[in-house]
Design a protein around this ligand. Structure first.
Ligand code: URP
Ligand code: ZN
Ligand code: ZN
Length: 458
């Protein structure tokens, strides 16, 4: 049985046109006007709606063991929430413990991810440098289909690396033609500021944000960029939140360096007043880097428009308030860092980006799908509406509206950081690998149907 999407306004990163798309055997078979259905085909009338390539979120953490607990969505529930919101593929991070064999960690992640309902790929985090790390990185690229590596400049004493280790990763990535992604915060300064806060008796969630000011991120972003320039190794800076980091990336790009930047919906739409919420509710917003004071959000929107930042991801890493965030009630350093977001990325960016005139429809598609597919070696299988691409498509109703709430969301989490946010523009149908898996609010996903995506950078 094929799927024919008729009369939709098809939007790619480059073009907007009205037409039909025919999908069969999991791929796009034809794009034209007046396509005819076969007897047993499924027909979706997309008149008055947009058809986007399925969203690709290149920054998520499903069932991640982190800070003494595990992120609350597993690969099944997390990818299902993504599908409901129009995200049809993800890139998760394999994160070995310090001193753990990277290949052993990869096997664990493959096992966990095998229950995904949608396609997935991995970045490999290099959390330490030892005698065999270079060899493991080579195996990732040449044998495992993982040509991108993650480094954390924060989280010292856990998964964070020091400068010497970061430089080694960049040098080896250069040899392999791989990409290095960077969580940029000055780890030692964070520890210093955290200790100062705690010594002064400041233990509430808001001090998480105050111990990680924009300068901490700006410095680390600049340092990573300097290493990138000196090793001639391209980098991708994840979850950029502030003016200082945007300016560093902008300078680097103008100097001719290959430096990409990603931001996330929460950094565009929230400000640090969230940390003042009573009854420990500020803990729901504890993530790293933190939500920034008013002013930084506009810088991020402008950076998306200007092309300084190229991707909007979510850093989906949910923790429940009950039992998880609660671990840090007396000490913000013990609040697990992260929040849920994968389900609402497209509707939020459409509502607050496209509908406000900040982004064009084509920019929206580029930011949520196409550019990440290109940067991370999945294009045109993902991120494109072309014959032969995977049939991952979102039929998006610009007139549908709703209000985000933890009561109704599909994240396995008891809080939504976007609680009460109105959205206008929602998926009506989501096609994943040629199957209609979301239809008018009804999610029909299949545990284990997702495939591991081997990637190669050109
Ligand atoms: O707070 C965050 N961002 N949690 C997930 C891990 C990371 O740093 O991306
Ligand atoms: Zn991070
Ligand atoms: Zn992350």
């Amino acid at each position: 049985m094929g799927v024919l999407i008729q009369n939709g306004t098809i939007v790619t990163a480059l073009d907007t046109f009205v037409g039909d798309i025919y999908c069969d055997e999991g791929v796009i078979e034809a794009i034209d006007v007046g396509l005819l259905a076969r007897a047993d085909d499924r027909i979706i009338d997309a008149s008055g709606q947009y058809v986007f390539p399925g969203g690709l979120d290149p920054h998520v953490h499903m069932e991640l063991p982190f800070m003494g607990t595990v992120s609350a969505d597993d690969f099944e529930t997390g990818t299902a929430a993504g599908v409901a919101g129009g995200t049809t593929s993800i890139i998760d991070f394999v994160i070995p413990a310090r001193d753990e064999d990277l290949m052993d960690a990869l096997a664990v992640w493959h096992e966990r991810a095998s229950k995904s309902v949608a396609d997935y790929a991995f970045h490999m985090a290099v959390t330490w440098w030892g005698d065999r790390t270079a060899e493991w990185m080579e195996r990732c690229v040449r044998e495992e289909g993982i040509p991108s590596f993650k480094t954390f400049m924060a989280y010292r004493g856990a998964i964070g690396v020091d400068d010497v280790e970061l430089i080694e990763v960049m040098k080896q990535a250069k040899q392999l033609g791989a990409l290095v992604t960077v969580h940029a915060e000055h780890g030692d300064m964070v520890v210093e500021l955290q200790n100062k806060m705690i010594a002064e008796g400041r233990t509430a969630p808001k001090y998480h944000a105050l111990s990680r000011p924009p300068a901490v991120e700006g410095e680390a972003t600049s340092r990573a960029i300097m290493f990138s320039g000196m090793t001639e190794q391209p980098i991708y800076v994840v979850h950029v939140t502030c003016r200082e980091a945007v300016e560093a990336i902008n300078r680097a790009r103008h100097a001719g360096l290959t430096v990409y930047g990603e931001t996330c919906t929460q950094y565009l739409l929230l400000d640090d007043s969230v940390y003042d919420r009573p009854d420990f509710e500020g803990a729901a917003y504890v993530m790293s880097p933190p939500i920034r004071p008013l002013g930084h959000q506009e810088v991020l929107w402008n950076a998306l428009r200007a092309g300084t930042l190229q991707v909007v991801a979510t850093d989906h890493c949910p923790f429940n308030q009950a039992k998880q965030k609660e671990m840090g009630r007396d000490d913000f350093r013990s609040i697990p860092n992260g929040a849920a977001g994968i389900e609402h990325r497209l509707s939020l960016l459409y509502t607050y980006g496209v509908r406000t005139g900040r982004l064009s429809l084509n920019e929206f598609v580029d930011l949520t799908s196409t550019r990440a597919a290109k940067i991370f070696g999945l294009y045109p299988r993902k991120g494109a509406i072309v014959v032969g691409a995977d049939a991952d498509l979102v039929v998006f109703d610009p007139n549908a509206s709703g209000t985000i709430s933890a009561e109704t969301h599909r994240h396995r989490c008891d809080r939504s950081i976007f609680e009460g946010f109105p959205v206008q523009g929602l998926p009506s149908h989501v096609v994943v690998a040629g199957r209609v898996q979301f239809e008018d609010g009804d999610l029909k996903v299949e545990r284990g149907a997702g495939r591991f995506l081997r990637r190669q950078l050109s």
